[in-house]
Design a protein around this ligand. Structure first.
Ligand code: HPA
Length: 289
């Protein structure tokens, strides 16, 4: 593993030039393995990796073969990049992702989406498993994000701005694309898949929340809670991507009912929802312009 220090020697501060070099090095290594240029980047969350079975696969690259690319340590996350066609769209799917709770720096967590943008993807679709705060939701439902709350997370844009990627101060007013959200909701209606539009809140994890935290998050306006996605979406927005995000509800959040969330339940429900999830995502990618 080559040295990928992204702090400026002696200062401990984020080094934008060193970071950008890590990204370009990842891009170069991928381009040496495939000449596939994706238009759509899809990040598959816990238990949702089976979507790749619906792809016409052209190339696969395990993350560990890309020096500088962060590798997931979580059970249920496979850890490879899958390139292929989905309904005629050139798609790069990340089967598994890294999380902040694994101990990665927030800048490292967003390396994959930054690399996929540099490879050519203009659209990002993030997916993840979440707990439902909104009592109208139930396990197996999907929530397409209308907005998010990332105030409990460090920003991936902190530190010297990587000006090759985007501007210093990024507006995140319309972070999630309205057209893609409406398309996802209408596909849900047509296919009889429960798809809501809601507000997601990201926490660091890895512990699930206390009932008191969930009561607070409800007061703040959150419908769902999870441990990924918002910071990656922030980095994607910084780079000017068109963004959609889909939560898969795997459990009711702590204190909403009598049971406590568990990782086994999360992956089991996500796997069970896999068929609906593949239908929703395939149709969304096929029909987007
Ligand atoms: N809380 C946080 N993250 C989650 C949950 C939850 O209840 N379920 C799946 N991911």
């Amino acid at each position: 593993m080559e040295d990928r220090t992204i702090t400026e020697a002696g200062t401990g501060r984020f080094d934008a030039d060193a970071y950008y070099k890590v990204l370009l090095n990842c891009v170069r290594q991928i381009e040496e393995k495939t000449d596939f240029v994706p238009d759509v980047a899809v990040v598959l969350g816990s238990g949702l990796g089976h979507f790749v079975d619906a792809m016409e696969v052209v190339a696969e690259i395990p993350y560990r073969e890309i020096d500088g690319f962060p590798v997931s340590t979580v059970a249920g996350h496979q850890g490879k990049l899958v390139f292929g066609m989905v309904g005629g769209k050139k798609t790069a799917a990340m089967q598994g992702r890294v999380h902040y709770y694994e101990g990665y720096d927030v800048h490292d967590v967003v390396i994959p989406i930054r690399v996929l943008k540099l490879l050519g993807a203009g659209t990002a679709v993030f997916t993840n498993a979440v707990g439902a705060i909104n009592t109208e939701y139930r396990p197996g439902d999907f929530v397409v994000l209308r907005d998010h709350i990332s105030s409990f997370m460090p920003s991936p844009l902190v530190g010297e701005n990587v000006s090759e990627l985007g501007e210093r101060f990024t507006p995140v007013t319309d972070l999630y694309d309205e057209g893609l959200r409406e398309l996802a909701v209408s596909i849900g209606r047509e296919k009889e898949i429960r798809v809501h539009s809601g507000v997601f809140l990201q926490v660091t994890g890895p512990q699930y929340e206390t009932p008191a935290e969930i009561r607070m998050f409800r007061l703040l306006g959150a419908d769902t809670v999870g441990m990924s996605t918002a910071i990656e979406a922030t980095a994607a927005k910084h780079m000017g991507m068109r963004i959609c995000a889909i939560n898969c509800v795997t459990n009711m959040a702590a204190g909403i009912n009598d049971s406590s969330p568990s990782h086994e339940e999360v992956t089991a429900i996500a796997n069970k929802a896999g068929k609906d999830f593949s239908t929703l995502l395939t149709e969304l990618i096929t029909r987007m312009d």
